[in-house]
Design a protein around this ligand. Sequence first.
Ligand code: ARG
Length: 576
Amino acid sequence: MGLAVNVLERLRTAFGAVTPEGGDADAFKSAVRATNDPKFGDYQANGCMALAKSLKINPRVLASQVADAVDLEPLAGPPEIAGPGFLNVRLHDAWMARSLADLLGASFPGIVPPAQPRTVVIDFSSPNVAKPMHVGHIRSTVIGNSLARIFKALGHHVIRDNHLGDWGSQFGMILWGWKNARDEAAFAADPVAELARLYRLAQDRIKTGDQSVEVAARVETAKLHAGDAENRALWNQFMPHCLQALRKIYDRLGVRFDVELGESFYDPMLASVVEDVSARGIAEESEGAIVVFTAETSAPFIIRKRDGAFNYGTTDLATIKYRAATWNPQQILYVVDHRQGDHFRQLFAVARRWGYDQVDLEHVAFGTILGADRRPFKTREGDAVGLESLLDEAVSEARKVVDANSPDLDQEARARVAEVVGLGAIKYADLSQNRLSDYVFDWQKMLAMNGNTATYLQYAYARIQSIFSKGEIDPRTLRKQPPELVLNHPAERGLGVRILRLPEVLELAAAELKPNILTDYLFDLANAFSTFFEECPVLKAESTSRRDSRLAICDLTAQTLKFGLELLGIEVIDRM
Ligand code: ARG
């Protein structure tokens, strides 16, 4: 089976092979891309120019060496050398038609399982429990969830780990609140709300400069860690409620984990981590604390504080050790706010010195969600925006769009559509950003019917379903016996090229750890479909065979949209 467009891969390998000593093969490789203008073929590489310049050789000569080194058959003929040294590749139409029929027949999505599947631990969401989830938690949760799905789809072994912050100072604050200001009736009625109130109370007192509360809360945390019976019992009483509140949100978002090993799980291992790191001469004593100096930052990495307490860093070291021993992963991804960049740079440096230099540790950082005023997104009162109410608001905003656009749906159907559209809009708005940038939270933009939104893609999907229902055709019959595909019209061919690129796009998204590579692709696919739909009659095509070919392209587009959205954690619906 000649499936799997791996043009990028083949060209890059050829680049690597001909790159002379001193040439930057990586820079070279990154200069290969799919084109959007068919004038330049389906793929174009412009890497020869920059490299040739730095090597002081003729770029066209270099381009022809690459062209000689690459064999693109049966996908495409030799690259064409254009202009000052571009390489243009055009896929063979016959190969495309055959491959598309294959995809439709059985092989969708056309991903070739990796020769050596990797084990990847993805540490994501990982909220500090005991306070309600807020808007800041959405990024790690949806980005991590999407990366997990993409890696899994590519055939890797994924462990989704929710590294809950269930052992930190916020519990000290709650314990202080519980002992000094609890309302038992309120706790009985809504435990999480009462715990949140106590947390806020302690936090407010501390913020307004009440040092006695700060000290008292710290003492409560220390007692909890030291095994104080009362505090442990309270912790055991509070935790299930905290977890249940989280679960509700995860269920609604369609997010699940393989393990949820919070910070408390690692507590018994911390002393031996410090001992071991010290015994190997990696850590040293400094002003009463045990620290590791790294080249990453001027401040040392503290693994035991002066008062003997272990901290976030100690826990993260224990976690690496546990993960390595338990799953032996090739890669561990930490989907965490960019502000923790220094922490992770230090952590990784220490872990490498500690012997974990075979596992690829990566901080998948992301930026901040901003309000309309371009400051971090807050409520009018200045609090963090609660995640649950935000999801409710998404659904009610989506309902307005659905009411305006789908008057023929009944109430129940509209409610269902609004849920899928609303949640999809929030997730997609987040995933479609380059994760490192900050972005402004804007309902109108994220629910736009035209634009790079989930709504636009969901409508494109539903539009294709309506073609099938209008024609009273079941796409499954088409899949059972794929018709011959005709790609004579540029819009047919344009759509076909994109459908075939899906596996390649997923590889790129996984390599760069960027779901927005997938959203850009889906948006481009939906645009190509829209052009096709305007220019190529489907049910009224000039012949039955052309009609069937076009229906096949429609079905593949729909399958690709659905599959791609699924990898983003977003659902589709047939009628909108
Ligand atoms: N609980 C932390 C926070 O809310 C995030 C934990 C990320 N994972 C980790 N292994 N450090 O900031």
